[in-house]
Design a protein around this ligand. Structure first.
Ligand code: PRP
Ligand code: URA
Length: 209
């Protein structure tokens, strides 16, 4: 069963609350998502393996720790996942970036795929799938299924806000994928929007409504 990690750090909670406020404008929303993504990935990577390397400081020789293990790839789900990319790249500048384009059909709420471009060596990377919103879980589940069909197996899902329905969907479809969220909300409304949530993440990020 995939584990759910909820980041209840006061700084993260404070910033998420400002993002939820309907009076928060596009510019501030974007900046906050950027900052929270950076704070989240710091915790998501806490268990990455390290190796000992010999280096020489200006004073003496020493054995120091460096990252080991698979290189990292980040895969934002378009559009809203794009808002999480820069914050993560600030901490992991060598990560390669793949893109998966999905939108939710407004009537069926089922994900529709329209774009995919992954790093050539995606299957050899530890992949972080990014999307601020995990509502029904349909989009994230479809993106992860897609990655698995391409041979990728080391996958983590990073969301800002998740509904219980979305978490349950990922745990059912992808029990090997751990989920990292800044907040776990109450439920979905009749339009499959998260309550209380923050509204439509893509529209608020890009100012399209
Ligand atoms: C939003 C969001 C997720 C999806 C979540 O995208 O960014 O990708 O909905 O819903 P789900 O868990 O029920 O699949 P949307 O379809 O609105 O597309 P957009 O990012 O292009 O606005
Ligand atoms: N997509 C969003 O952007 N927000 C929601 O609450 C649900 C899906």
């Amino acid at each position: 069963m995939s584990k759910v990690h909820v980041f209840d750090h006061p700084l993260i909670q404070h910033k998420v609350s400002i993002m939820r406020d309907k009076n928060t404008g596009c510019k501030e929303f974007r900046e906050l998502l950027d900052e929270i993504s950076m704070l989240m990935v710091y915790e998501v990577t806490r268990d990455l393996p390290t190796k000992d390397v010999d280096i020489e400081t200006p004073i003496c020789k020493m054995t120091a720790k460096m990252l080991a293990g698979k290189p990292i790839g980040i895969v934002p789900i378009l559009r809203a996942g794009l808002g999480m990319v820069d914050g993560i790249l600030q901490l992991i500048p060598n990560a390669k970036v793949g893109h998966i384009g999905l939108y939710r059909d407004p009537k069926t709420f089922e994900p529709v795929e329209y774009y995919c471009k992954l790093p050539e060596d995606a299957e050899h990377r530890e992949l972080f799938v990014l999307d601020p919103m995990l509502a029904t879980g349909g989009s994230a589940s479809a993106a992860i299924t897609f990655l698995k069909k391409r041979g990728c197996h080391n996958i983590r899902l990073i969301n800002l806000i998740a509904a219980p329905e979305g978490i349950a969907r990922i745990q059912k479809d992808h029990p090997d994928v751990d989920i990292y969220v800044a907040a776990q909300d109450e439920k979905l409304n009749d339009h499959c929007y998260i309550i209380p949530g923050l509204g439509d993440a893509g529209d608020r990020l890009f100012g399209t409504k």
